[in-house]
Design a protein around this ligand. Structure first.
Ligand code: GLN
Length: 516
């Protein structure tokens, strides 16, 4: 017998107890995701000795593929598995993937060959690395969107606690991200890559155990829509459920190969976007009442803002990380902070500022001044751009042309975080609110697909900031810093311009939201 969620249960800060399970599972999943990701660019450039440009391409493909797969994960959960089984499957793949990353092998070496310098990499461990990324990509696809959908499923459509629930959930995400970047970053500095990646795997194992222990709390919300259909035999002789598991392993193999052809990922992303947009538009026009139709289409349109947002925001783990390593004075009180650990600053600000933002929105709402969802999205783009411009200004003040004072990078992260708080948790809540219930998993997948597009573009932008290196070390630090600043200044100005344009069209969008 499974429990049924009582939508009035208020055991956790006035929220249902099952929210704790979402909070902790996602906290550990993000611990592993961000912990591993904090090391990834260094693994590529310093362990495998890929050039900045090649590393940015692989990195960009990875961080976009992880957000392409949630669409499929969402559709499979909506139609067949139910969110709960999908989350367990995702978590298992993730544990395997992160532990696989811990198999490091020997470091690549640079040698003078007949055609100039060549890099010798251990082919076996290189394949282990790509395969592990494949496991993680499919794992995130099953877990991320579905755990986010489970949060919304704990509330009735009009329940005012929904935004607050997503804010709490978002704090769980960032608690995981904060701890992941710090712990894995320090383990990298003092023990090496295997330890950092291994810690990410153990964190994910904790997430799996938490979810297995608490999954009964979701009741019907997490169960398959038609449990009988799952047992039905397919042409392969396997039940539909096992056929899905086998197809997931096949998807891992596909992603393993895709990681070795980053140039294909862009095309795949384009096709996924076209199919997803086509599916949502078709569904909205043919299956929805007029008000739901407008809301679904507005939701889809607003998702597109994320492409701009993440393409610049996600410089954090790529170009901003390399810049921090090369051009930021990181010694504080005689102690050098690892560059990877800087990736935890954003999460730290989220954890500290999210309650403040929640309070601010409520206080403004009481006076009828709370910005609407599209206005918050526009503000997020403006803050993102201002963050880059502040860093560029800070770099122009430096007396040493190779170094920027640490405060400017902290200020950039502060503005990027306030921007993120205006788009990311707001968007999760929006998606679960504006979507028609039967397709909310798919819509959540589309939300992450827009992130995927942003992440992909972020790889292209990061590649533009690349400079010449020898043995993983930068050749001309002053010129490298100048290149970073030129790209960031352009990025900042474009983002502000897009934000201003988005502000102008707020009234039109609000009209089609029909007060949702
Ligand atoms: N930082 C958030 C998370 O990891 C947002 C991710 C995204 O949508 N790109 O969940």
């Amino acid at each position: 017998m499974t429990a049924t969620v009582t939508k009035t249960d208020t055991d956790f800060f006035g929220h249902p107890k099952a929210l704790v399970i979402c909070f902790l599972t996602e906290m550990w999943e993000r611990f592993s995701y961000y912990g591993m990701r904090a090391l990834l660019i260094f693994y590529l450039t310093q362990h495998f000795l890929f050039s900045d440009q090649v590393a940015a391409g692989i990195f960009g493909s990875y961080i976009s593929l992880v957000y392409i797969t949630p669409v499929l994960g969402g559709i499979i959960a909506d139609r067949y598995l139910g969110a709960s089984k999908a989350v367990v499957l995702g978590a298992l793949l993730l544990v395997a993937g992160h532990l696989g990353m811990a198999l490091e092998g020997t470091q690549a070496v640079e040698r003078l060959g007949t055609n100039g310098t060549e890099v010798i990499r251990d082919p076996f461990y290189l394949q282990v690395f790509y395969f592990s990324l494949g496991l993680i990509i499919v794992g995130v696809g099953f877990l991320k969107g579905n755990i986010s959908t489970l949060v919304g499923s704990l509330y009735d459509r009009e329940d005012p606690r929904r935004d607050g629930a997503y804010t709490l959930f978002y704090m769980g995400i960032n608690l995981g991200s904060f701890l992941g970047a710090i712990i894995c970053g320090f383990l990298l500095q003092y023990k090496g890559f295997s330890w950092g990646f291994g810690a990410a795997g153990i964190g994910m194992l904790a997430g799996l155990l938490v979810f297995l222990k608490g999954r009964h709390l979701f009741g019907d919300a997490g169960l398959p829509k038609e449990p009988e259909a799952l047992k039905r035999k397919t042409v392969s002789g396997l039940s539909r459920e096992w056929a899905i598991y086998a197809a997931s392993l096949f998807a891992v193999v596909v992603c393993w190969q895709l990681m070795q052809s980053p140039e294909i990922v862009g095309g795949l992303l384009g096709i996924s976007l076209l199919l997803a947009v086509g599916a949502v538009v078709f569904y909205s026009l043919t299956q929805c009442e007029p008000i739901d139709r407008d809301r679904m289409l507005v939701c889809l349109f607003l998702m597109s803002y994320q492409v701009i947002f993440w393409s610049l925001f996600e410089q954090t783990a790529s170009s901003l990380s390399l810049m921090t390593d090369r051009n930021v004075d990181r010694v504080l009180f005689g102690f050098e902070i690892p560059a990877a650990a800087f990736q935890s600053i954003n999460a730290f600000f989220i954890i500290t500022l999210a309650p403040l933002f929640n309070f601010l929105w409520i206080a403004l709402a009481r006076r009828g001044w709370e910005p609407s969802t599209p206005a918050k999205f526009a503000l997020s783009l403006i803050q993102l751009g201002l963050g880059f411009l502040l860093l560029v200004y800070g770099a122009s003040l430096a007396t040493d042309p190779t170094q920027v004072a640490v405060i400017w990078i902290v200020l950039l992260y502060l503005l990027h975080t306030t921007g993120e708080l205006c788009i990311s948790p707001v968007g999760l809540s929006m998606t679960s609110r504006l979507s028609v219930p039967g397709v909310v998993g798919m819509m959540m997948g589309c939300w992450f697909l827009a992130s995927a597009a942003g992440n992909y573009v972020s790889g292209t932008i990061a590649a533009m900031t690349g400079s010449d290196t020898v043995g993983g070390e930068i050749v001309d630090p002053a010129a490298a810093l100048q290149t970073y600043m030129d790209v960031y200044q352009t990025a900042g100005l474009y983002s502000i311009a897009a934000g201003l344009l988005a502000l102008v069209i707020v009234p039109i969008i609000k009209h089609y939201m029909h007060d949702a």
